[in-house]
Design a protein around this ligand. Structure first.
Ligand code: UT7
Length: 338
């Protein structure tokens, strides 16, 4: 017994921030952002709204897609918590009318969707839950310095969700084997230094003394780029081997959307033609844990992903952390994510 994908949904907050919008306050250009990242626009959470609100909307749509009103557990992958404590998932479960089900958050930045799928698969395989609503949701723009041209153009807000149920490995939608990995020696390449126990325990350091930029994301783009291509390629190969698929068996490569050049380079490394590379970063930017479910939803919606297609999923992010898996796409309805 293992997890079988049986529903999917996504949600984007309505506020669109175009590259031209960013140019009014940042020393950048539409040409640079499009050429270096593939991003044309991204979404921004409304003032006063948070990850919770995005997660609830995506969760509703995934439950509708699965034609379910109940699940045994809610798992939320995020790196942009509403508050340091408590977890967001119990409140999301409550707002979805799911009563007192098991609910918790997990954090693995941009690889959160892969780590979360593996975790939910484990809950199902061990009999803890027969069905799980798994949401990747991020209001990450709240953690990005609007005056930093290295990071402000890259990230966007949004949420994507799937419903998993107990099933058999031969069924369409059954999750394949997982390849997961990490490299904590490179933890500082992508980090938000302030706000956690390390900064709080620093002797004599009051909140007023924390340099402003430490409250925001700090990113070393170049080395991350190299790591992303290397790690996602190697991890994808291991997941394909586990599934006993040749590269040519893959109908669609759904890779985390950090930079269009990264997923294109991974495809080139693997020997996958570019037409098999799924892309929606142009309209959403990097939405961390929400990236892969939002992309899957978009691909089904535009007819690029059909029931029976063989899908390779792969992600890479802060930690460093990465993960990959495979699945044969099931016949699930989707709603357009506007
Ligand atoms: O989500 C998973 C984790 N994140 C990633 O995997 C991110 C991986 N990294 C990347 O995607 C790319 O490294 C970036 C898109 C972040 C940056 O692209 P790049 O081609 O690596 O640019 P760079 O940081 O090496 O900067 C090249 C030049 C620099 O100018 P000089 O020093 O060559 O004169 C930057 O100052 O581009 C400049 N630059 C910009 N120019 C205009 C950096 N950001 C901007 C900008 N607009 N927004």
């Amino acid at each position: 017994m293992l997890g079988v994908l049986t529903g999917i949904g996504g949600y984007l907050p309505p506020t669109v921030v175009t590259n031209d919008d960013l140019c009014s306050t940042l020393d950048t250009s539409d040409e640079w952002i499009v050429a270096r990242t593939g991003i044309r626009e991204r979404r921004k959470v409304a003032d006063g709204a948070s990850t919770r609100d995005l997660a609830v909307e995506a969760g509703k749509r995934a439950l509708r897609s699965a034609e379910r009103t109940t699940v045994d557990a809610v798992v939320l992958a995020t790196t942009s918590f509403d508050r340091l404590c408590p977890a967001v998932a119990p409140e999301v479960a409550h707002l979805l009318g799911l009563d007192t089900v098991a609910a918790f958050d997990l954090t693995s930045a941009c690889s959160g969707f892969l780590y979360g799928l593996a975790t939910c698969n484990g809950l199902i395989a061990t009999g803890v839950a027969d069905s799980v609503l798994f949401i990747g949701a991020e209001a990450f723009t709240t953690l990005v310095d609007p005056d930093d041209r290295n990071t402000a153009p890259i990230f966007g807000d949004g949420a994507g969700a799937v419903v998993l149920r107990r099933g058999e490995p031969e069924e369409p939608g059954a999750l394949g084997g997982f390849d997961l990995g990490s490299d904590g020696a490179r933890a500082d390449l992508l980090a938000i230094p302030a706000g956690g126990s390390r900064q709080r325990s620093a002797v004599g350091l009051g909140f007023a003394e924390v340099p402003t930029n430490e409250w925001y994301l700090q990113m070393a783009g170049r080395p991350l780029y190299t790591q992303a291509v290397e790690r996602m390629s190697a991890s994808s190969r291991r997941a394909l081997k586990d599934a006993d698929w040749a590269v040519a068996d893959v109908d669609l490569f759904v890779g985390h959307q950090a930079n269009v050049r990264i997923v294109q380079a991974v495809a080139e490394e693997l020997g996958l033609p570019q037409e098999k590379v799924a892309v929606n970063i142009d309209r959403v930017g990097n939405t961390l844990a929400a990236s892969i479910p939002l992309l899957l939803n978009d691909c089904v919606d535009r007819g690029q992903l059909r029931a029976g297609d063989r899908v390779l999923l792969s992600a890479f992010g802060a930690g460093l952390s990465w993960g990959s898996t495979t699945l044969v796409w099931p016949d699930v309805p989707v709603e357009t994510v506007h």
